[in-house]
Design a protein around this ligand. Structure first.
Ligand code: NAP
Length: 367
């Protein structure tokens, strides 16, 4: 089956994704009968491009690396109006068969903006679904702020809205629950879900200064240029809201998560905890309270035997509390761009299973 892709955002994740598509092209074709080509892309400051015959990864990557717009022009201001609306209008005209057959996927990888309620990513997802495309995203915003609306829209139009790359870099959490735990309730969870803060805290345990550890994460382009996103707990709160909405059928946003970051933690506190056989970690958690799922992100002092206490550097983990299986842990030892890109790829592959039909495909508590 042949899939056409539209990229909204061509940053680090999307660039790794288009490379991965090429690296895996033979396996996708031979083993999964899937051929996927990018036919359009738009960005905030690097213009946009559309070609129904396909935009090779090498072409887009080369233009991007030379500081050109995606269409090859050098005028940085020329293509500002070429947004997702422009992409979808072209697709409706030049890729109508792919839209009708459920073979067009919009891949959304713009940055999370918690201070604007997850917009404009939510609008991108909505526009894609309304046009008849499946939508996959690595952005936490849509699922953290508008999951139920977008899942209902996806169900109504018979398309997929998937977001495995949004939490723990594509390590399967949403798909694990959806596909392997039918009939099993998630009643709560605890986890360490932000790599930057875990790196900083464990570096402080070794005696490194907070500022030095944070600068290392920024240099590696893992922390945001504006570090408040990580160190004030916003990223973890967005992930917590996303997990509550999808896994616990809750109604959270990052703003409803009780949130405390790690700015106030000192090296003395970190080393003092170690001396007492304990560890401080930024813990994201959720539980049911009067039938409502409530979430919290805050530094907690943990017994060193606690699995979350043993996470070092950029390691993450989530422990799901279930009604039938007890506690179930998912440990991420290696995170990064390839894992996130794989999250997007695996979601695109899932769209294939529901293509050629406009019948509802979203079940309850699914994305
Ligand atoms: N990096 C990771 O390891 C990782 C892991 C998991 C999830 N994520 C999530 O994945 C998403 C992408 O991350 P990233 O690291 O690739 O970000 P990035 O490098 O900052 O790239 C963001 C891209 O979005 C584009 N963009 C911004 N606003 C836009 C708009 N209104 N319309 C169209 N394009 C727009 C930017 O355009 P310009 O190029 O013109 O600036 C850029 O191409 C984020 O939501 C992030 O939280 C990232």
């Amino acid at each position: 089956m042949h899939f056409d892709l539209l990229l909204v955002g061509f940053g680090s994740v999307a660039r790794r994704f288009v490379r991965l598509l090429e690296e895996r092209a033979d396996v996708l074709r031979d083993r999964y009968d899937l051929q996927a080509q990018v036919i359009g892309a738009c960005t905030a400051r690097h213009g946009a491009a559309f070609d129904p015959k396909g935009l090779p990864a090498a072409l887009l990557l080369d233009r991007h690396s030379r500081g050109l717009n995606l269409n090859g022009s050098a005028d940085a201001t020329a293509d500002r109006d070429l947004t997702v609306t422009w992409l979808l209008a072209h697709a409706k005209h030049a890729a109508a068969a792919a839209l009708d057959d459920g073979r067009l996927v919009l891949v959304e990888t713009t940055p999370l903006d918690v201070h604007h309620g997850g917009r404009p990513a939510i609008d991108h997802v909505r526009a894609g679904l309304e046009a008849g495309a499946h939508v996959v995203t690595a952005n936490k915003g849509p699922v953290a702020f508008a999951y139920h609306d977008l899942a209902a829209l996806a169900q109504k139009v018979g398309r997929r809205f998937l977001f495995e790359g949004a939490v723990m870099d594509g390590i399967p959490i949403f798909n694990l629950v959806r596909e392997t735990l039918p009939g099993c309730e998630i009643v709560g969870f605890r986890g360490v879900v932000n790599a930057t803060t875990n790196y900083i805290l464990t570096a402080m345990e070794r005696g490194q200064l907070y500022e030095v550890a944070l600068a290392e994460m920024q240099h590696a382009r893992i922390a945001e240029a504006d570090p408040s996103h990580d160190v004030d707990g916003w990223d973890a709160a967005a992930k917590t809201a996303a997990l509550i909405n999808v896994l616990m059928d809750g109604d959270a946003t990052p703003l409803t998560i009780a949130r405390e970051g790690i700015r106030g933690i000192t090296s003395e506190q970190m080393r003092g905890a170690v001396a007492r056989g304990r560890r401080i970690r930024l813990v994201a958690s959720a539980r049911r309270d009067d039938d409502q799922a409530v979430g919290c992100v805050r530094p907690e002092e943990l017994d060193e035997a606690d699995p979350l206490a043993q996470l070092v550097e950029m390691q993450n983990a989530i422990i799901l509390e279930t009604d039938l299986l007890g506690r179930l842990g998912i440990l991420q030892l290696d995170g990064g761009l390839t894992q996130t890109a794989y999250g997007l790829l695996s979601d695109v592959m899932r769209c294939q299973t529901s293509s050629s039909s406009r019948a509802p495909v979203e079940g309850p508590a699914s994305g």
